[in-house]
Design a protein around this ligand. Structure first.
Ligand code: NAD
Length: 292
């Protein structure tokens, strides 16, 4: 059994704990057993699991795996501490708020022979899986993905990082991208912001990615993908699956721990993740240079 600890008991951390307590039966996730959780707050038992200190989590021989579910600004430090201590890490996206540190952490994991996994539940949603099937073989002419949601919580980073799930959709659907320009509208007093990133596919087709957040904005994705023969303006519903999104991610991470994921698959995933973080960093840099 691989002893596990959950770090950060917010929405994601609580779901992780729930899934670790009841892994899908006869799956690779059954090798994981939760030994405690770490929080900066002093908490009662959560779902029957006891709080332990960070020092204990890092030093105990019966803890082999850490789930990092804290806010984005503290991922980097948490990942580094657990890797240095010889523990495998599963981190909620985005891994870090910088491409350079992500490369660094990945190299550290490799040197130590540890699994470093970044969760991407957005790739498991029924609408995304169906969309990917629907557009397979089609030639993109132009596209737009517009995300709206409530105000961003503190410590979740620049919108290109906090919204990396949307960027990951675009890269997974259309391949590597380049950034041509970025517009950012920010009204701090109204907790409103709108980032518009103009991207190009390798075939030089334009893609626009918009992250818009503010009070009263419902969580939604609006798409417009124009292909040579058809235009998609609504996300397909997709087939609901019996296994939840975080559990699907847990299965993938568990299969990595068992060495069941091929080297080619791992490399492709790493390339995609690092490419998205590089784009996110580029978008942030362009914005900062424009607003300097
Ligand atoms: P969250 O705000 O619920 O929790 C974030 C951090 O804040 C946690 O460390 C938690 O311990 C702490 N926290 C929560 N409530 C607190 C309180 N009352 N007092 C003090 N600290 C408190 O955020 P989240 O949605 O769980 O996100 C955590 C990570 O998971 C982020 O990296 C996010 O990008 C990622 N993620 C979340 C989801 C999701 O559905 N929530 C999906 C994908 C990725």
């Amino acid at each position: 059994m691989l002893g596990s600890v959950v770090v950060g008991i917010g929405i994601a951390g609580s779901v992780r704990m729930r899934d670790l307590l009841a892994p899908l039966s006869s799956s690779a996730a059954e090798q994981l057993s939760i030994r405690g959780f770490v929080s900066r707050r002093s908490l009662e038992d959560q779902q029957g699991v006891k709080q332990i200190s960070m020092t204990e989590a890092l030093s105990r021989d019966d803890i082999h795996v850490a789930f990092i579910c804290t806010e984005n600004t503290s991922h980097e430090e948490n990942i580094r501490q657990f890797l240095e201590a010889g523990k495998h890490v599963c981190v909620e996206y985005p891994m870090t708020l910088s491409h350079t540190t992500a490369v660094d952490l990945w190299n550290l994991a490799q040197q130590k022979g540890l699994v470093l996994h970044e969760e991407h539940i957005e790739l498991f949603t029924p609408d995304f899986k169906q969309l990917k099937k629907d557009i397979s073989g089609k030639t993109l002419e132009e596209g737009k993905l517009h995300f709206t949601g409530g105000p961003l919580k503190a410590n979740f980073g620049f919108p290109s990082f906090s919204g990396i799930a949307r960027l990951t959709w675009l890269v997974d659907l259309f391949g590597e991208l380049t950034v041509t320009s970025v517009d950012l509208v920010e009204e701090k007093e109204n907790k409103y912001m709108k980032m518009t990133a103009h991207l190009l596919t390798q075939q030089h087709k334009p893609l626009t990615w918009i992250e818009e957040r503010g009070p009263g904005l419902g969580r939604a994705k609006h798409v417009e993908f124009r292909f040579q023969d058809v235009t998609i303006t609504e996300l397909p519903a997709g087939q609901r699956e019996p296994v939840g999104l975080f559990m699907q991610d847990l299965l993938l991470f568990s299969r990595k721990l068992l060495g069941e994921v091929s080297a080619a698959e791992l490399q492709a995933e790493r390339n995609r993740i690092l490419h998205c973080l590089e784009l996110a960093e580029r978008i942030q840099q362009i914005t900062e240079n424009t607003h300097a």
